[in-house]
Design a protein around this ligand. Sequence first.
Ligand SMILES: Cc1cc2nc3c(=O)[nH]c(=O)nc-3n(C[C@H](O)[C@H](O)[C@H](O)COP(=O)(O)O)c2cc1C
Length: 382
Amino acid sequence: MTSSVTERGARRPPSTVDDYRREARSMLPRAMWNSLCGDEGELGWETSANNLAAFKATKLRPRVLVDVSRLSLQTTVLGREIGLPVLIAPSGTQQRWHRDGEVASARAAARAGVVMSLSSASTYSIEEVAAAGADLWLQLYVMRNRRVTEHLVRRAEDAGYRALVLTVDRPGGSATPELDPRFAGATSEPDYDFDAEWTHAPALQEDRILKNFRDLDVDGTRFRRPADLTAQIEDSLTWKDLEWLRGLTPLPLVLKGIQNGDDVRLAREHGLEAVVVSNHGGVVVRDARGTMEVLPEAVDAAAGALEVYLDGGVRSGDDVLKALAVGAQAVLVGRAQLWGLTVGGEDGVLDVLEIIRRELHHAMKLCGVADVRRVPRDLVVR
Ligand SMILES: Cc1cc2nc3c(=O)[nH]c(=O)nc-3n(C[C@H](O)[C@H](O)[C@H](O)COP(=O)(O)O)c2cc1C
């Protein structure tokens, strides 16, 4: 593992997610960093900053004289045991960060005993990632050409994926580089060109971009550039259309990108198994609420009938404990995992997960919580 420079100039291995953030930032081309991570608050990344602020505004309220001699960090998601209430969030084109991309992430997930949600816009295929032996869910969008979506669902079923994650917060592929000043001309750096990404991201091989789609030709729908994918994301999709997806497959369906209790209520009425309270890491709507601010109304609306997960701004084990206290079943990590991937590939992702595990364990002990499945809601106050 590479190391960080301390204030005195000595080098030490990264020991927090923030160490990984700093290390990754120093390794990556600036245009890539600005366009994919933002500096959390600058350059129009208000929603990412709101995610962090919402965690900060949620304070722990520790209890004492509780038997914490034996702690359990195990829980279930969609009925399956996981070793830690943390999942790897779907993020596209992971070879941008490290040459082993999603395969490295999946191997780390398998070693840590957590679920990985693979983005359909991955640089290693559904099948290549399945060979890594992790518990996998496939994230997808409903495409204008429904046969493309159906094709992905069949491949996920055949490769042993256990759930589908339908992302619904980018209708019509909005929040694209063409529309969003965050991605073009926002800094003195050269613009990040998503259609020639390999020129910015040293590890990225051009022929791995949109690996799951490259060789497809479904009724003339073809994918070569990222813009071809975003142009295919359906914007007429409504709750009624979910019945079509439900009819295609018995795989459980997780809806990702929910930002209020009203939509959780609808998800419940439509029989969804789970929702992810998420604003896509702040990449879509400008100045939306931080997800930790949304979580209480989402949990109330779910009323125990479906699982609620959260992502956006999770940077430590303490953050995980806060989300569980409010009622999340588990959280997903996006940037934290990508920084681990950048710095150390598979080992870096595993180390990030282990850092979060250690911090969660420590926070539970100090807060009087023995079991992640029973975190009292009054453990936090805003
Ligand atoms: C570089 C990057 C790429 C992403 N790609 C996808 C994607 O392909 N599909 C998706 O549903 N979400 C995607 N996301 C959103 C993540 O799944 C997740 O919601 C977000 O990163 C969580 O916030 P965090 O980064 O603060 O942990 C992406 C996020 C980032 C930062």
